[in-house]
Design a protein around this ligand. Structure first.
Ligand code: ATP
Length: 364
């Protein structure tokens, strides 16, 4: 069992009558990379601010390495923070910026110099020690902000949208850099983002928030392949959600009644999915095979092609499935773009097939 670094129990926060964070429990293991993900206003920053001690909780407990810090000051919490705006001191050189937290902690000058040099090595920027922040690119400034946080070796580093100000390419690069530093340091990182791809790339676990509550907590694969509800399925990547009715349940599989599909089957990961109840059948776009040779045991349906989108490496087909007495359901299938190019025509009826092992029944 991994050592618990951060333990949160019953933590809550209100602003007047508005509940920004409903009573929440969360354990974070030593060395874990945990991402708080969710739409705007879901409570990510509120939770991070409570952990940091920048906001006061209305109830509940926060323990860091077993010590109750709920009412402790931010500087007593063994925590470092990195924000979106790098917050470097403009009148200090890079080396002075990084040395600052060590001076505050009265680390002697010789050790401080050594630790500043180590921190600069860690972020691969030893050559910029004498420069001022304005002489650095955005990505370099963010790496220095990270070095300034790492240098005093806090047991937890909190990052609030640290890459939000960077362009896409630099953000991708910095994601890898932060992962590398996390691996090398072994520090616990709690990371806030509203970008689901970033969360999937970086995290050991994702804590997906919705309206001040945890919607699901688990590995990226758990949330992507075994979403607990429609909100989770929709938030992480694209998904096709079809209306269905559970006719019988056999262990972790169900049989489904669906329009136009006589014997639908799907996997179940949630106790809420029961016989006789309406559910959504979730199919990820990459699990739909288009006009191919359906494997034995595969299920099929037909849909009309409404749009084709080539997004670099992936091609997406948008379709509509006509349903009796109901609105047409929108569907999307995706596959790697190949040299064959356009072989589908808008308006064409396509046959889609999938393996029941890739279909998931979610409580509707
Ligand atoms: P974003 O991605 O936009 O930063 P978030 O998930 O971090 O969103 P929070 O900043 O935690 O969301 O805010 C949660 C809710 O609490 C929001 O509805 C917000 O308006 C509200 N809120 C946050 N701070 C205050 C405050 N000081 N006074 C009143 N309401 C607040």
């Amino acid at each position: 069992m991994a050592t618990i670094n951060l333990q949160i129990s019953g933590l809550c926060k209100r602003y007047g009558d508005f509940v920004a964070l409903a009573p929440t429990d969360l354990d974070v293991a030593q060395g874990e990379f945990l991402t708080l993900l969710g739409p705007s206003g879901s409570g990510k920053t509120t939770l991070l601010s409570l952990i940091a001690g920048l906001a006061q909780a209305d109830g509940g407990l926060i323990r860091i390495n077993g010590v109750d810090v709920t009412d402790g000051a931010p500087y007593d919490r063994d925590i470092g923070m990195v924000f979106q705006n790098y917050a470097l001191f403009p009148h200090m050189t890079v080396a002075e910026n990084i040395a600052f937290p060590l001076q505050m902690r009265k680390v002697d000058a010789t050790s401080a110099k050594k630790r500043v040099a180590e921190a600069l090595e860690m972020v691969h920027l030893p050559h910029v020690a004498g420069r001022y922040p304005r002489e650095l690119s955005g990505g370099q400034q963010q790496r220095i902000a990270l070095a300034r946080c790492m240098v005093y070796r806090p047991s937890i580093i909190l990052m609030d949208e640290p890459l939000g100000a960077l362009d896409k390419k630099l953000r991708d690069h910095m994601q890898l850099e932060i992962k590398r530093i996390h691996r090398d340091l072994g520090t616990t990182i709690i990371y806030v983002t509203h970008d689901q791809e970033e969360a999937m790339t970086m995290s050991d676990r994702i804590c997906l928030m919705d309206a001040g509550k945890i919607a699901q907590l688990g590995t990226p694969a758990d949330l992507y392949f075994r979403p607990k509800n429609v909100f989770v399925a929709d938030f992480l990547g694209e998904s096709n959600l079809l209306d269905a009715q559970v006719t019988s349940r056999e262990g972790d599989q169900v049989r489904l009644a669906m329009q136009g599909i006589d014997k639908g089957r799907a996997m179940v990961y949630d106790a809420q999915v029961q016989s006789g109840k309406p559910v959504k059948l979730m199919l990820r776009p990459q699990n739909l095979r288009v006009n191919g040779h359906a494997e034995a045991g595969a299920e099929t349906m037909s849909a009309k092609l409404t749009d084709i989108m080539v997004t670099g490496g992936m091609t997406k087909l948008y379709m509509q499935r006509q349903q009796q007495n109901a609105e047409a359901a929108e569907l999307v299938a995706s596959f790697p773009t190949d040299r064959l190019g356009a072989r589908y025509e808008i308006g064409q009826t396509l046959t889609l097939s999938w393996s029941p092992a890739d279909a998931v029944a979610i409580a509707g």
